[in-house]
Design a protein around this ligand. Structure first.
Ligand SMILES: [Zn+2]
Ligand SMILES: [Zn+2]
Length: 346
């Protein structure tokens, strides 16, 4: 093997710099002059690489220490570098991070030390500034009709669905998924939203849940950054029938169990056979009551086809057709719906 001389220190070496000079001249780690942590003063979310993250649960000093540790560069031949951060507050929004970086470089343990000033910058995130600025992109309108008003139960269910959807889309990373306002208006509900995409998804979910038709209209409201800005209105017109309605059509009693496009899904009473009704038949079917209005009634006596029950409101005895497979005895409770035509057992 050729014997050489280290050009830096004059010690014998195999080739180039000796290993000690390599250690001394190689930069093993470096720290930036300053680190900035950008957080939203309203919701506490943090901006990382230009993108707003969901608000975390980390205290400010942990965010500062994390940001300092993340900002450090280490030589790729540093084996398992260990970074220790000692953070000191130097003001309300300023910290000083003292850093120890320990690792192994070409068989020798090394340590690099530095100090990084960390500044906390509080701003309003895009979501919070849009919310504060009453910004909205779409309105979902839920409407009944003169012969079929939207009831309290549906209003409350729709509000909950809207809040859950906006919340889960936000948690899924859509910053602009927020509800600006939910307004009860004459004839229904207006849900005012931060994004059109959320509005479309929400309107679709309402049609799947309540049935009916969706009408989308867009209005040009101005220009921003050389782009036309539209506001979208998504009108969901509820159908005549609602879930749980007990309907009579061609002499068959059924319960409305859901919707599929323009078709109403029904389950026959008492057999429980599933089928569907076209829009035309749905318009004509006689509505006898709704399952949600069911009451408990005590059975007085049982016949093959008929149950004698006690009217839960008048305490008079009444008769109702007995569902074929129903096993029930005197003294037990059954669920009944009062109709203009007597009780229906469900
Ligand atoms: Zn040397
Ligand atoms: Zn915010």
């Amino acid at each position: 093997m050729k014997q050489a001389i280290c050009p830096r220190c004059g010690q014998p070496t195999e080739d180039g710099l000796c290993s000690q000079c390599v250690q001394e001249t190689t930069e093993l780690a470096s720290c930036p002059n300053q680190v900035e942590v950008v957080i939203c003063s309203t919701c506490g979310s943090q901006q990382i690489n230009g993108k707003w993250q969901l608000p975390g649960t980390l205290p400010l000093q942990d965010l500062a220490a994390q940001a300092a540790a993340d900002s450090i560069w280490t030589h790729r031949e540093m084996i398992q570098p260990q970074i220790d951060v000692d953070l000191k507050a130097v003001g309300a929004t300023r910290y000083l991070a003292r850093i120890d970086i320990r690792g192994n470089f070409r068989g020798r343990s090394s340590i690099v030390q530095c100090e990084i000033p960390v500044r906390i910058k509080k701003v309003a995130c895009e979501r919070c500034s849009r919310m504060a600025g009453k910004y909205f992109e779409s309105t979902v309108q839920l409407r009944g009709s003169p012969e079929r008003a939207i009831n309290r139960r549906e209003i409350e269910e729709a509000k909950k669905m809207a809040r859950d959807m906006a919340d889960s889309a936000y948690r899924g990373g859509d910053q602009l998924s927020f509800i600006q306002e939910i307004k009860e208006v004459k004839g229904g509900l207006d849900i005012i939203l931060g994004s059109t995409q959320l509005g479309r998804r929400m309107a679709k979910a309402f049609v799947e849940r309540f049935g009916g038709r969706l009408l989308e209209t867009a209005k040009l409201v101005g220009r921003k950054d050389n782009r036309d800005v539209y506001r979208t209105t998504l009108l969901v017109r509820f159908p005549r029938l609602k879930r749980g309605d007990i309907v009579s059509s061609r002499g068959v009693l059924s319960v409305v169990s859901g919707f599929d496009g323009k078709t109403t899904l029904i389950t026959s009473l008492p057999e429980g056979r599933r089928s569907s009704m076209s829009q035309e038949i749905s318009e004509m079917a006689q509505i006898l009551g709704n399952k949600a209005d069911a009451l408990s009634a005590t059975v007085i006596s049982v016949d093959d086809d008929v149950l004698e029950i006690m009217d839960p409101e008048t305490f008079q005895s009444a008769l109702a057709a007995r569902p074929r497979d129903m096993k029930v005895g005197p003294g037990e409770e059954v669920k009944v719906v009062r109709t203009g035509d007597g009780f229906i057992i469900i």
